[in-house]
Design a protein around this ligand. Structure first.
Ligand code: HEM
Ligand code: HEM
Length: 202
């Protein structure tokens, strides 16, 4: 057992298929995961605040929210697809079972929350009858509001926002615990890929 064990999926992939440059490797995150994590993280925090201000600032805030959300849509979707394909890396060096299990649970709850937002947002915009604004482009919605669909989509969007807000708070709290109390290398994994391990013939 080494300090940086690979997930079963990574091991299988190394034996069989060629790996994309930037894919997860050596028990940590590769550049693709790191870039998607930070691009999506910033977009989600901005979208949470921009979405919340729709209630008070009205139409201009809605336009800003739907514009940023539409531009970020593919990155957020790619982020979910990539994690599903790659699987989750194994524990960081010295990380306990409970801490790892809690971290993985929060990560997948966040990914599920993002997926819910990617579907419920466009459906809410369409079924409201108002459509979606992307800069000055107006993507029309249904010819009239569809109240039942709109109510479900809006409720789902609000639930997703609560999951993301609570999940992000727990996530950042957990990371701070690792940085200041455990003083391990967990935060480093999402900044730079791990050092390459010497190749062994398997
Ligand atoms: C992770 C991504 C997203 C986050 C965090 C987010 C967050 C929010 C929040 C907090 C609200 C206010 C909910 C309320 O209190 O009424 C909102 C509203 C809204 N969002 Fe999003 N959103 C996301 C993605 C999207 C996407 C992809 C779209 C569509 C392109 C979208 C379209 C809308 C619309 C149309 C509303 C207004 C709904 C209404 O009240 O009529 N959102 N969003
Ligand atoms: C200041 C903000 C943030 C910091 C410092 C941070 C830090 C980290 C760290 C250190 C990891 C690796 C943890 C591990 O492997 O056990 C990680 C992974 C992850 N983070 Fe964050 N994060 C932040 C914001 C966010 C936000 C806003 C989201 C989404 C709402 C998010 C979602 C995730 C997910 C899903 C993972 C698992 C790996 C992946 O799929 O990218 N993070 N983060």
């Amino acid at each position: 057992m080494t300090d940086w064990p690979d997930s079963g999926r990574a091991v299988r992939a190394r034996r069989g298929k060629p790996r994309l440059p930037g894919a997860d490797r050596d028990g940590g995150y590769g550049w693709i995961s790191i870039a998607l994590h930070w691009l999506a993280g910033v977009a989600i925090i901005v979208l949470l605040f921009a979405g919340d201000s729709i209630g008070t600032a009205g139409e201009p805030a809605r336009r800003i929210h739907t514009t940023i959300a539409s531009c970020a849509w593919l990155i957020l979707a790619a982020r979910i697809a990539w994690r599903m394909l790659e699987g989750h890396p194994p524990p960081a060096s010295g990380q306990g079972r409970f801490s790892y299990g809690a971290g993985v649970a929060v990560h997948y709850a966040l990914l599920a929350g993002i997926a819910l937002m990617l579907v419920s947002g466009p459906v809410a915009g369409w079924s409201s009858g108002g459509g979606i604004e992307v800069f000055d482009l107006h993507i029309p919605g249904a010819s009239q509001r569809i109240p039942d669909v709109y109510a479900i989509a809006r409720e789902a969007h609000i639930i997703g926002a609560v999951v993301l807000a609570a999940g992000t708070t727990a996530h950042i709290g957990g990371v701070l615990k690792h940085m200041f109390f455990d003083r391990d290398n967990l935060f480093d994994r999402i900044m730079v890929p791990p050092k390459r391990r010497p190749q062994t013939s398997t």
